[in-house]
Design a protein around this ligand. Structure first.
Ligand code: HEC
Ligand code: HEC
Length: 363
């Protein structure tokens, strides 16, 4: 059998196994054969299905947070076939930005030692509700960045994503929460040897800057998906992957052991018991910890931030089944694991107080 067809069945099996029934009208409940609905894998992830066959309403311009089998392949604003982008250098840049977004390690290995693509965390190309959508975000920059204590342009924000979420610093030393002595020492030595600059990058790798071509292209893609939104007007769907303040559980009361049990139940089928991620057709659930994951200076390395992602966008095929509490327990488990050390953590939060859930920082 064709590989994608096998995979389709694997996903269908996962849907069947899921506690929550698939939404009405989705292909697996109407008996569509794998051959008919098999997605075609292309370099930049996949070809989205024909919008005319979309079995649900979009939520504004976003894919709704509730899931059907096809929504994983839905990119409402799809630059690769948009004729308005044909034949201009600007159009090509937006398209490259999209490819970078969806297949970051393949498109720019020099900036991405991790196994993470932007699209791993910002689902559906950053066009899905409650999955860190970026539609309309461009008009909100420059914006104050609490970690840095100053305003960031969109490009600087993206540089930060590379440095941390994609581990561009290449910090291979893995530290647990609070970072063990050896990992911290290695990072310190590394920085001292480079006058505090990003240095000692393994051969073939560069540190991203605001004018690095990949950063410029990604910004072009994010501006393009934001083009129909008023500059400076905060989109209502922005920054909603948050556990409400009243539901937050104090960090020290969270139990990584309970999180591990929940992880085995809800997550390991796709992310693997070892958390390293399983290939599911043209999708790859990312490594949740270990050397190929995001580093310990990333937003997703913060317990509540990660819990807010998990609560609303996972499990992949039935998000919303977890309670606020369960999402936090699982996040506590994932952030109890080692991951690459961001070597410049002591330059973060010099102006603003360090958030309580930034557990990889020295206490
Ligand atoms: C490990 C998960 C992860 C990865 C990978 C990731 N991000 Fe993010 N990103 C986040 C989180 C978490 C936020 C904060 C969202 C919030 O505040 O609600 C964020 C925020 C952003 C923002 C700011 C959005 C806004 O409206 O303020 C931009 C822009 C962004 N990411 C772009 C990117 C790009 C480009 C890449 C790939 C180079 C990337 N991200 C990779 C998790 C990730
Ligand atoms: C049915 C398969 C499936 C299940 C079950 C699942 N995930 Fe995922 N997960 C994925 C896929 C696929 C992606 C990447 C999304 C993409 O590229 O479009 C992902 C992405 C993520 C991400 C973003 C960063 C990364 O590593 O890719 C996190 C965090 C995450 N999942 C956590 C969880 C947690 C926690 C659970 C359990 C509550 C869970 N997932 C259950 C398939 C799954």
């Amino acid at each position: 059998m064709h590989r994608s067809a096998t995979v389709f069945l694997a996903i269908t099996a996962l849907v069947a196994a899921a506690a929550c029934a698939a939404p009405d009208g989705s292909p697996e409940t109407t008996g569509t054969t794998p051959e008919e609905s098999e997605p075609t894998a292309v370099q930049a992830g996949f070809t989205p299905f024909d919008p005319a066959t979309r079995p649900y309403e979009l939520s504004g311009s976003l894919v709704p947070a509730s899931v059907s089998m096809v929504s994983a392949w839905d990119i409402p604003d799809y630059p690769l076939t948009d004729p308005l982008l044909d034949g201009s250098p600007e159009g090509e840049q937006v398209r490259w930005g999209y490819r970078l977004f969806m297949s970051t390690p393949a498109e720019t290995p020099r900036l991405t030692p991790s196994g993470m693509s932007c699209g791993n965390c910002h689902l559906n190309g950053g066009q899905r509700d409650l999955a860190l959508p970026l539609v309309g975000s461009a008009g909100m920059f420059p914006e104050y960045n609490r970690r840095a204590g100053r305003d960031f342009t969109l490009e600087e924000r993206i540089v930060g994503c590379f440095m941390r979420s994609q581990n561009a610093t290449g910090g291979a030393a893995t530290g647990g929460p609070g970072q063990d002595g050896a990992a911290r020492e290695a990072a310190e030595t590394d920085r001292a040897a480079n006058d505090g600059e990003i240095g000692a990058l393994p051969e073939g790798r560069v540190a991203p800057a605001s004018d690095t071509e990949e950063i410029v292209a990604l910004a072009a893609y994010i501006r393009w998906v934001s083009r129909n939104h008023e500059y400076g007007e905060n989109p209502s769907w922005r920054k909603r992957n948050r556990i409400l303040e009243a539901a937050l559980i104090p960090i020290e009361q969270l139990d990584a052991g309970r999180g591990e049990t929940l992880f085995a139940e809800h997550c390991s089928s796709c992310h693997g018991e070892d958390g390293q991620g399983v290939q599911i057709g043209d999708k790859k659930a990312g490594p949740l910890w270990g050397p190929r994951s995001w580093n310990d200076g990333a937003g997703a390395a913060r317990v509540y931030t990660l819990a807010g992602m998990i609560r609303y966008m996972m499990p992949y095929l039935n998000p919303g089944v977890l309670t606020d509490e369960e999402a936090q327990q699982i996040a506590a488990f994932i952030t109890s694991k080692p991951r690459p050390a961001y070597p410049y953590k002591d330059q973060d939060y010099l102006t603003e107080p360090r958030p309580i859930d930034a557990v990889y920082y020295q206490r």
